[in-house]
Write a protein that binds this ligand. Structure first.
Ligand code: SAH
Length: 463
């Protein structure tokens, strides 16, 4: 059983949000039993929806409905909040979980005061784990441990808790929290796990899971029996976390370098860089190209004009950038021919990705200096060992040139994690060529200074 109450005025709006009318009980049939929603109270001041679940344990065993370890006639499933309850929630409240409400659209995005009571929650881990899951999501959590049997206090305590969560949150989010987290505590999923489980974690966890301090535990507990799925989910979450960071940094577009600032045409060096890359690409005459860390798609817009290039892929860790690129390239209104030629994907250079394999050229323009130097090794393997493009065109700032900009010891961009001088760059290029079997040619981009060289440095690796 689960009780959801609100004191939002009028409280009966809860019925609209849940798409379940308070005046009558409603039932859904489930493969393992049935679930009902009833409203024990429904006034202007306070409204409570109660979800009741009836599990047919005998049917479960007979149908071998993924029952596995539950293959017994007597068990706690009928009354404990578990993955069965999650399934019931998604069946009963699918529209609410998706965040749709025709009658009260504004309420979907309005946090409302909620009290959620789970009278029997199974938690074999320490009691404080319950709060560690829910408190970071904005709930005040109270738990009370249930005795095994109140008529026989000497039997001691059970691993079941009566839990109340109070918070002002979106109803949609609250349902998503319950959907994913109740089975985490119960730690017994009743159904077979496949790749769709990862998608469920991502969609129901959107906006909160990537930042949750107990993210690893949640993923492990949800997918732990399938290490490959668990790794996939953790990688996707890491991508999201990185993209959130990248988005934060794009808000702060503090290009400090004068040549890239408002005093001169802002993009002069940037444009020179892209022009030079396009020239080199034309010389190579590739059929396929992947732009790694494509950002807002500015380079892709030029590359799409290169003849003979019939497969172009843009990849970035930031959703925000991918969306911007999609708009810049007008992909939504593009002809099927263009759509076939160019694709954008969300991904991270920190993880091996088969989608990046088999390209004639990879461009990595002003990206590596955004990566923590400690994680550069992962980038190197992803690109040069796994993806193995025939040519890699890569640029990064030349730190020496910062003297011309009078930057003292500052980097050119607040999100840069490092900037190399020409010697450091050359040493890195040499090492990469040696380890991964590439030839390399370095050149400067932008106006050359006698002592400090060019503002930007480029390398063309060829296998
Ligand atoms: N190449 C583009 C954008 C450069 S800005 C251009 O020339 O205009 C750096 C880009 O690298 C940003 O869009 C950022 O989101 C992306 N990035 C940072 N870390 C990344 C990672 N781990 N994987 C993929 N892209 C990343």
């Amino acid at each position: 059983m689960l009780l959801i109450s609100t004191t939002h005025r009028p409280a009966t709006d809860l019925g609209y949000l849940l798409h379940k009318n308070p005046v009558r009980a409603q039932e859904v049939e489930l493969t393992f039993g049935a679930a009902w929603v009833v409203y024990p109270e429904a006034t202007e001041e306070r409204c409570t929806a109660a979800v009741m679940l009836q599990i047919d344990p005998v049917g479960l065993v007979r149908r071998k409905d993924g029952a596995g370890s539950l293959a017994q006639y007597v068990n706690d499933r009928p009354y404990v909040a578990s993955s069965f309850l999650s399934v019931a929630l998604s069946e009963l409240f699918g529209t609410a979980i998706a965040g749709r409400c025709k009658e009260r659209p504004e309420l979907v995005t309005t946090p409302i005061p909620l009290e959620i009571r789970v009278p029997v929650l199974s938690c074999r881990a320490a009691e404080e784990r319950i709060a560690r899951l829910f408190a970071p999501l904005g709930y005040e959590v109270s738990t009370s441990r249930l005795q095994l049997d109140e008529h026989f206090p000497e039997w001691g305590e059970s691993h079941y808790y009566d839990v109340t969560l109070r918070g002002t949150v979106l109803l949609r989010d609250a349902l998503r929290h319950l959907y994913l987290l109740l089975p985490v505590l119960d730690a017994k999923k009743h159904y077979f796990m496949d790749k769709t489980e990862v998608d469920k974690l991502m969609s129901k966890g959107e906006g909160w899971l990537a930042n949750h301090p107990e993210k690893d535990w949640i993923v492990r507990s949800s997918l732990g029996r399938k290490p490959s799925l668990m790794r996939e989910a953790l990688e996707q979450l890491a991508n999201i976390e990185e993209s959130l960071e990248a988005e934060e940094n794009t808000v702060d577009e503090a290009f400090i370098a004068p040549e890239e600032s408002a005093t001169e045409p802002k993009e002069s060096l940037h444009t020179k860089r892209h022009n030079r890359i396009v020239e080199r690409v034309r010389e190579i005459k590739p059929q396929s190209l992947v732009d790694l860390g494509c950002g807002d798609g500015k380079l892709l817009r030029q590359l799409i004009k290169v003849q003979g290039l019939n497969r172009i892929l843009g990849m970035d860790v930031s959703y925000f950038e991918i969306e911007t690129a999609e708009r810049a390239l007008h992909l939504d209104e593009a002809s099927p021919h263009i759509r076939e030629r160019i694709q954008l994907i969300h991904g991270s250079l920190m993880y091996r990705d088969e989608r990046l394999e088999g390209f004639d050229v990879a461009t990595v323009i002003e990206v590596i200096e955004h990566l923590d130097q400690a994680r550069l090794a992962a980038f190197e393997r992803v690109v040069f060992e796994c993806a193995q493009p025939k040519h890699v065109l890569l640029t990064t700032p030349n730190r020496e040139y910062n003297a011309v900009y009078e930057l003292d010891d500052k980097f050119r961009h607040t999100d840069h994690r490092f900037e190399w001088d020409r010697e450091q760059f050359a040493t890195w290029v040499e090492r990469i060529s040696e380890i991964y079997g590439y030839r390399a040619q370095i050149e400067g981009i932008g106006e050359e200074h006698e002592a400090f060289g060019c503002p930007s440095q480029m390398v063309v690796f060829t296998r």
